[in-house]
Structures are given as C-alpha cells and as structure tokens.
Design a protein around this ligand. Structure first.
Ligand SMILES: Cc1cc2nc3c(=O)[nH]c(=O)nc-3n(C[C@H](O)[C@H](O)[C@H](O)COP(=O)(O)O)c2cc1C
Length: 646
C-alpha cells in the first residue's frame, strides 16, 4: 500500500490510502472520489476562527469625528484654532496667517471653517491646555454674517452654552461706509463674553474702506505678545518662513486628470450638470455686451447672459457671481520673468495631512491654469506676501525694503502705501521692478490669494432673461480683473460663443412691498436691481394686475455721459410704467432734495441703490435732515431698505 500525506495549512493529517489491484475499475473510481473529497475538505475547509480579545477602541462615530475640531486639535497637538467667517477670502487669509504665526510663538494653530465643525464644542476647548479660539469675522448686507458663518451665528443667538474657561479674541472685517460697520465681529465678541468666555485681547476692527491690511498687521503685532503673556510663554516671535504646501511635479500624468479651471468636479465645464453653485458654475453664453455710458473715462457695460437649460432660478434683487479669468499677458510674463515652463503639471499638497484643505487650489493642475484661473495676480499683494518673498531677494537692499514694507513701523507702512497700493503694483510689477527677487514659482503660488468670484446685481426681472450690468474704470495702471475680462466677452468671439462661468447668490435684499403698493426708487447712481423691479411691474401691468405708483429719482454726473438706460426709462415714463421720472446731474446742475414728504403711514417704500461710500450715506443724511423721526418710523415699519456696494 502507498500512503500519501496531505498537509493542510493548519493541521497536518496523514491519510492512508490503500490501493488494491483486485478492485474493479468502478470501485477504484468511487474510492478515489471519496478520497478526493476528504482531501479537498481537509485542505480547503474554513479554519475555525478564534476571536482575539481586542481592547475596545476609543473611537467616535465617523460623523462626530469629522465635525469635531476638539478631537482634531488633540490628535494633531494644536492649541490654537482660528475660525473665519469669510465670503471673498480675506478673513480666511487672515485666519491662515494667524494660525501660521502661532508656530513662530512656539504654539500650534489651525484655521477652521465654522461651517465644517460643531461649534457647540467651544464649551470643550478648555480640555486643551493653553488653548485659544480666534475669530476673524467679516460682515455683509445689513450687518449679516457670511454664508459660512450663518449656522454659527444662529447657534450663538439661540445657545445658552456655558463658555466658562474658553479663551478667545475676535478680529472683525468690515467697511466703515456701511451702516452696520463690523456688526458680525462685534456681535461674536459680545456674545462669547455673555456666554462666559474670557476675552484675552481687545476686539480688532478692520476697515476695508481704509487700509484693512494695516489694521490687521497693527492688531496682530500687539495681539501675540498679549497671548504669550497670558499663557506665560516666552515671546520669541522668531521670523522664519513656514511652508504649508509641498510641491509635487507630475511627469506623466494623464491630462484627463488635470484641472483646467474647474472649481469642484473635474471636467465640470465640459460636462455641465445642475445644480449650479459656487463650486459648479454654469457657463452662460453672452448674448449682448454693449457699452452703456456715452462719454467719460469709464466703461460701463450692459451684459446679457443666456441661462436657458441651466435650471437656474433667481429673484429680483439677487446677485450674479462671475468667475473672471486673469489677463493672459500678465500670466505669460510671470512665466518669463521667473523662467518657468508654465505647462508643468503640479500639485501643491498640504504638509499637514490632517487638514481639511488638501491643496490651495484644485490640483493637479498646471502653473498656467493656476495663474490664470485660481490665483489673484491683479491686485497689489498684501504685506505677508512681501514678507515671505523677501528671503529670495539676492540684493540685500531689496530684501530690507520688502521686510520694512511688511513691518508695522510708520515708515514701512508709508512705503507700502505709496510703492505698492498707490502705485497699483501687482506681483508682476514688483518682480519687474526688483530684478534680484526671483522666488520659486510654487512658493509664489502658495502665497498669492485665491481669485474670487465677483458679484453683480441682476438688472433684469426674474420674469425676463438674465441680464447683469457691470462697471469698469479705464486708464488706471492696474485694470480691474473681472471688468476687463468681461469687456472682451463679446457674443461672437471669432466664431466662438463667449461664455461666463456664473452662479446665483441669493440676496437678502427684496422690495418690502407688494406690486399694488406705491414705490419710490431713489437710485442716485447705480440702478441695476431697480431695472428688475420696474420690469417686473411692467410685466404685471401687462398681465392686467394692479400696480401702484412707481416714482424714480435718478442722479448721475453728466446727462450727456452717464444717463444710463435713458431711452428705456423715458419709454417707461411714456407708457405709464413709471408714474414719474425725476433726474438730476451733479456736474451739470445743483442737486436739490425738494420732495414733499407724505406721512409715514402713507409713504411708499424707499430704496436707495448705489455706492455705499457717499450715495447711501448722503441720501440717508438728507432724509435725516428732513425728518429724523419720520425715517425712523419708516424703518420700524419695514418700509426702508437698502442695497448698496463699495
Ligand atoms: C456686498 C457687500 C456688503 C458688505 N456689507 C458690509 C456691512 O454691512 N458692514 C461692514 O462693516 N462691512 C460690509 N462689507 C465689507 C466686508 O465685510 C469687507 O470687505 C470684508 O473685508 C470682506 O471679507 P471677506 O473677503 O472675508 O468676505 C460689505 C462688502 C460687500 C462686498
């Protein structure tokens, strides 16, 4: 008899198989079959699994962990969290700078979007030693929060959380020309204190109408020594450059995986799918682009965008957000000056692997795309960019100048104001004027702020095709990025349909009355949403609906140059859509406020529209002069609302 040994993985088993020559073929076949089954069973049966005794892991549910900034801070050894309420990126940029600063003072910080975290965890921040929460909060509209801070604002309003033991400070970003100056920053500062938090440094007030950067730098310079004193930490403030992202150059990447300007989903421009929003803009064809003003040094445009098939909905008063593209000449010149092949495919990867923000802009991409679609190369750079770039200037004089401009010394501030801001020097101009400064392009891309969408009031009624009006100044050293780009978006661009990446941003601004109510519009300069409202009234009249009086007061500089939409407005008056059209031109005649005011109960709603800086304030001051009590009554009755811009 032969014997074979079959070894299964776990246990070794000997099977003796006796072969008898006397057996019939069938017997042998059956015998072999049985033996085969046994062998198979021994070899491939599932081994009994012994369950080891694992210690219970202390994990939280995935959703809880994702929104827990406390767990994240503990895990990464951070003690400072910098929240930002930001619409167009400035507060976010300040938050990033503050979290980087922490490292210079021997602490560890992280910037955080309040929308991504459970803010009720502020009650737990005291679990981390020497912890501090910093808030960089911008204000919008009627003293409202930014979109990403709305939930946090609601929570603050409703919460009775005990914030004892929370150390915090707030830097507010706003603009003095608005009535509710820095309202959000002030509110957060006050409310955190009411809930028991300890303010460790005074509220900072940044004014975008003045010099926001300077306000921030001055506040920050006093803030950090105060933090160090508070925690008993040695204030080193050692100045060294800290990179947040590392460069990866992709040699053979499939170009289908490379971002070409998309903001969210790869190929979203080629394969457009609603819903359209900030991360997924719609490429709207431009059907009309014409100059509105007849003279003067400005270029005011009337644009019509076709949103057919996009499922985009909007209401009169909403804004259209447009993503501009940087000037191709600036981009290619940057490549030349820095001696870089702009077609190189790269990724900038966050060195902090725990960070929610993996890249500063969609990656992988090319330098060309980054400089064209993702980074702001048009505006003069902020002082932190100068400070970080200074290390690359080989001429010690250039280096010293750049550091000086980034400092808070009076001479440094004055030099930054005149050499950078007043001279409208963008990054290209700085590089051209400082031949010794040649930074690596990847570090430059890390430092430049993101190119932001520009918002325009929609000039058409939602009952009509979308139409956005915009403004452009010419003759400046530094041309506005969006307006210049839009100027070139003509319907038939060498046989190509020019498109504009856009989405709708809902506005709080609504006319607070029904169509049947009388309406006095007083747009002393700009009148975009106004056209939407008048159009809507014209449309309702056509439908035979009852529409109240509409009186329009329109003021501008010169009748011959900037009486915008003159023909249209005069036609409205002729057909009775406008009950009365009163015009005034500041450079042609003296403006007089001479209207008999009806009693507040019978007064139509009043809607000043135009520049925040002078117009809104002047109109309001005039009204105050006429009747202080009167306008207060209008406000309390919700019959006075503004839509203004700077
Ligand atoms: C449409 C609009 C509305 C604004 N409303 C206010 C306001 O009511 N109060 C205020 O102090 N600042 C107001 N500002 C100024 C912003 O808060 C300021 O520019 C800030 O730096 C923007 O920060 P962000 O880039 O982080 O969004 C407004 C700005 C814009 C463009």
């Amino acid at each position: 008899a032969d014997s074979i040994t079959v070894r299964s993985e776990n246990s070794s088993v000997n099977i003796n198989i006796y072969l008898f020559s006397l057996l019939s073929n069938l017997d042998i076949f059956l015998f072999s079959l049985i033996a085969g089954v046994i062998i198979y069973w021994l070899m491939f049966r599932k081994k009994p699994v012994t369950i080891p005794d694992f210690p219970k892991l202390e994990t939280q549910a995935p959703t809880a962990r994702e929104t827990s900034f406390i767990e994240k801070m503990k895990k990464t050894g951070k003690n400072i969290v910098v929240f930002y309420g930001s619409q167009t990126g400035t507060a976010e940029e300040f938050a990033n700078r503050l979290s980087k600063d922490a490292q210079r003072y021997g602490m560890k910080g992280m910037a955080a979007d309040p929308e991504e975290y459970d803010m009720s965890e502020l009650t737990r921040l005291k679990e981390i030693s020497n912890s501090l929460a910093i808030f960089c909060m911008a204000t919008y509209g009627e003293g409202d929060p930014t979109d990403n801070a709305q939930d946090f604002y609601d929570w603050l309003q409703e919460s009775d959380a005990d914030l004892n033991g929370l150390h915090y400070t707030v830097f507010a970003l706003g603009n003095k020309t608005y009535e509710h100056y820095n309202a959000m920053g002030k509110y957060v500062d006050k409310r955190l204190s009411e809930l028991g938090g300890s303010r460790i440094f005074d509220l900072g007030m940044g004014d975008d109408d003045g010099n926001l950067e300077e306000d921030f730098v001055s506040w920050r310079e006093q803030f950090w020594p105060a933090v160090c004193e508070h925690f008993g930490v040695e204030a080193t403030g050692e100045e060294f450059s800290i990179r947040q992202y590392e460069l990866k150059v992709h040699e053979d990447l499939n170009m289908n995986k490379v971002y070409t300007g998309e903001l969210g989903r790869l190929k979203s421009f080629e394969n457009q799918k609603p819903p359209f929003d900030a991360k997924n803009p719609f490429l709207a064809p431009v059907t009309v682009n014409r100059k509105l003003n007849k003279g003067g040094d400005r270029h005011l445009m009337h644009l019509e965008l076709d949103i057919t098939g996009s499922k985009i909905r909007y209401e009169s008063g909403d804004h259209v957000a447009v993503y501009p593209t940087n000037d191709a000449a600036i981009v290619s010149r940057l490549g030349d000056v820095l001696g870089v092949d702009l077609d190189t495919v790269i990724s900038l990867n966050n060195l902090d692997e725990e960070s929610n923000k993996k890249h500063p802009f969609p990656c992988p991409t090319t330098y060309h795309t980054a400089l064209t679609h993702y980074l702001d190369v048009t505006n003069p750079p902020r002082t932190n960019v100068l400070y970080e770039l200074a290390q690359y200037a080989t001429d010690p004089k250039d280096q010293e100048n750049m550091r000086k401009m980034a400092s808070s010394s009076p001479e440094g501030k004055a030099q930054y104001q005149s050499w950078v801001l007043d001279s409208c020097r963008n990054i290209l101009a700085i590089l051209e004027d400082m031949p010794s400064l040649r930074p690596p392009i990847d570090h430059l891309c890390e430092l430049l702020p993101r190119l932001q969408a520009r918002y325009y009031s929609i000039a058409s009624s939602s009952k009509h095709p979308l139409l956005g009006g915009t403004r452009q100044k010419t003759g400046r050293v530094n041309k506005g990025v969006a307006t210049n780009w839009l100027k070139g978006r003509v319907p038939n661009d060498n046989g190509h349909k020019a498109t504009v990446p856009m989405y709708i941003r809902k506005s709080q601004f609504r006319l607070p009355f029904k169509a049947a109510t009388d309406n006095h519009d007083r747009p002393w300069h700009r009148n975009r949403p106004l056209h939407g409202f008048i159009q809507e009234r014209a449309w309702l009249r056509e439908k035979g609906k009852e529409v109240g009086e509409t009186v329009l007061y329109f003021g501008c500089r010169h009748r011959s140059e900037d009486f915008l939409y003159q023909e249209q407005l005069e036609a409205y008056e002729e057909t009775g859509v406008l009950t009365q059209l009163s015009v005034a031109f500041s450079r042609d005649q003296e403006l007089k406020a001479s209207h008999q005011m009806p009693s507040p109960n019978h007064c139509p709603p009043l809607c000043p529209l135009g520049y925040a800086r002078n117009m809104a304030r002047d109109v309001q001051t005039t009204f105050y002069e006429i009747a202080t009590d009167y306008i207060k009554k209008l406000m309390t009755k919700g019959r006075y609302s503004q839509d203004v811009w700077s």
